[in-house]
Design a protein around this ligand. Structure first.
Ligand SMILES: [Zn+2]
Length: 316
């Protein structure tokens, strides 16, 4: 959950991720904001267009068609992996969908099957239309799949989200089938996003077309958390004015507490405040600690157990 990022950031993030970006007309101010709210944002939605030809596709996504005014998304991901930015703000892409799915996206878990169309998705999701006929035959080229992964990664990295903050239109709205077709392997895309997110900086190396045999994905490296710096933050942050971030590793620990279901995602902000103290104390009690040993200030054993389970390493 977050307020939408500024349009300039949106374009810059993709370039930093090695994506070729084309800015179409007044995309930064082209939106449906007069028709309804835009934000908080919770995720990124991927679609296919049911069109052929990049120019036609981009035009349609920008202008819309009779009965559905544009923009129909924020960016069009062409077959060659180029991202054409066509709008920014509220856009006609997601329609009404399932509130249980929205909850799953917020919690970053696999969404349940969509069976309701009651929640405004145009408010809550960044949207990308991908050029594909959607007939289940038209193939998705590797360059396009790579760009989809990078677009999702760039947005997730900016907001501090995980890969499950991405969803397909078919996950959201009953009756939708997009995206689909040969080469569109959603689990594979989410795996790539997770792997890219594991590096803390964007990897701007341009995507190179893949040879026939795909290379194995690089193994994500685990982030590290320094116990003494974490403890210092845990002791000083609750009394601090505002919500300062004094140690970046707090984010890693908070993300683990979110994954453990002990901390609401909105409190995963890098600030080891009272809510984080309470969440960590619950983790300690879960491990059998009581009294002063479950005071919400991390100890080596409890932190190591958290890291082993949720993917970080503890250093001195
Ligand atoms: Zn769609």
């Amino acid at each position: 959950m977050a307020p939408p990022m500024p349009a300039a950031t949106f374009a810059a993030l993709f370039r930093a991720e090695g994506i070729t970006v084309l800015e179409v007309g007044d995309w930064r101010d082209h939106n449906r904001n007069s028709k309804g709210p835009w934000g908080e944002v919770h995720g990124v939605m991927i679609h296919h267009t049911v069109t052929r030809g990049t120019a036609t596709t981009v035009r349609m996504c920008r202008d819309g068609y009779p009965g559905l005014p544009g923009p129909l998304c924020h960016g069009v991901i062409a077959k060659d992996g180029t991202v054409h930015l066509v709008g920014y703000g509220r856009a006609n892409h997601a329609g009404l969908g399932d509130p249980d799915v929205l909850r799953a996206v917020i919690n970053e878990v696999k969404p349940p099957t969509d069976n309701e169309a009651s929640t405004d998705g145009n408010r809550h999701f960044y949207g990308f239309e991908c050029e594909n006929l959607g007939d289940g035959v038209d193939p998705w080229p590797p360059e396009q799949i790579e760009a989809i992964g990078r677009v999702i990664t760039a947005i997730c990295r900016h907001h501090g989200w995980g890969a499950r903050s991405a969803l397909r239109h078919l996950d959201w709205q009953p009756g939708k089938i997009d995206p689909r077709g040969p080469g569109m392997d959603w689990d594979d895309i989410l795996t790539r996003v997770t792997a890219r997110l594991a590096g803390d900086k964007p990897d701007p190396k341009p995507a190179t077309p893949k040879p026939a045999a795909p290379k194995p994905l690089p193994k994500p490296t685990k982030p590290t958390v320094d116990l003494s710096q974490l403890v210092a933050a845990a002791k000083s942050n609750p009394a601090a004015k505002g919500t300062p971030v004094t140690y970046s590793g707090v984010r890693t620990v908070e993300a683990a507490l979110v994954d453990a279901g002990l901390l609401a995602k909105k409190y995963s902000d890098g600030h080891y405040g009272t809510t984080t103290v309470t969440a960590y104390a619950t983790w300690q009690r879960r491990l059998g600690y009581t009294g002063k040993d479950a005071d919400g200030i991390p100890g080596r054993t409890s932190l190591k157990r958290l890291g082993d389970k949720y993917g970080f390493r503890v250093v001195a």
